[in-house]
Ligand binder design. Structure first.
Ligand code: PRP
Ligand code: URA
Length: 208
């Protein structure tokens, strides 16, 4: 499976700022969006392009444009919404497929409560966005859902991932690609990533 830990200095600096205790909702949200935009740049480097002639200011000119059906971004409610604006800044014409999954706090297993996918999933690249990849239960269930709808090319963008979760997704769906700002140390007994970011959803929405 392709797993890319994106070690770009801007990403690492911004992620470091996100790890501070007591960070404000405003700052966490802004940084989540900025890191998402930078991860998008990396994750879309293989997009197919084609050349076409257009009328330029000084006459005909050959330009490059992206080929094929528009990508669909898949934010996982609710924390994934914190990355959506950053991805859309880079790909403003993208479609959006919203899915809602929440970890049961006791079993850590995901519960699906919402699904509204773009049409033509079999022809689009699906880009899942979620700040945290912990046990990977949520990601496995999301990829199951996208594949059931016909998706063939699936990528995931995460701020932080746990090695345990990466192993699980690799076993379940080795054909997807993962782009992550940091592969952290381990999960604690409550399923939180260490050193991690804490509860990303609460930090993005200012809850708790
Ligand atoms: C968090 C996170 C992921 C999931 C990761 O969401 O945003 O979706 O946990 O955990 P996993 O890899 O062990 O499945 P959470 O369930 O806390 O919901 P929220 O986004 O609504 O806060
Ligand atoms: N969800 C979070 O928000 N944080 C973690 O560390 C794990 C799952």
């Amino acid at each position: 499976m392709k797993i890319v830990e994106v070690r770009h200095p801007l990403i690492q600096h911004k992620l470091g700022l996100m790890r501070r205790a007591g960070i404000s909702t405003k700052e966490f949200r802004e940084l989540a969006s900025e890191v998402a935009a930078l991860l998008t740049y990396e994750a879309t480097a293989d997009m197919e392009t084609e050349c076409k002639m257009i009328d330029g200011w000084a006459g005909p000119v050959e330009v490059t444009h992206i080929k094929g059906k528009k990508v669909t971004i898949v934010p996982i409610l609710r924390a994934g919404l914190g990355m959506l604006s950053g991805v859309l800044e880079m790909i403003p014409a993208a479609k959006v497929s919203v899915v809602g999954l929440q970890r049961d706090e006791e079993t850590l297993e995901p519960v699906t409560y919402y699904e509204k996918l773009s049409g033509g999933m079999d022809e689009r690249t699906a880009i899942i966005v979620d700040p945290m990849l912990a046990t990977a239960g949520t990601l496995v269930a999301t990829v199951d859902m996208l594949k059931a709808a016909g998706a063939k090319k699936i990528k995931g963008l995460f701020l932080v991932a746990a090695p345990e979760g990466l192993k699980r997704i690799e076993a379940a769906h080795p054909d997807i690609e993962i782009y992550v700002a940091s592969i952290d140390d381990h999960l604690n007994e409550l399923g939180y990533i260490l050193p991690g970011l804490g509860d990303a959803g609460d930090k993005i929405f200012g809850t708790k």
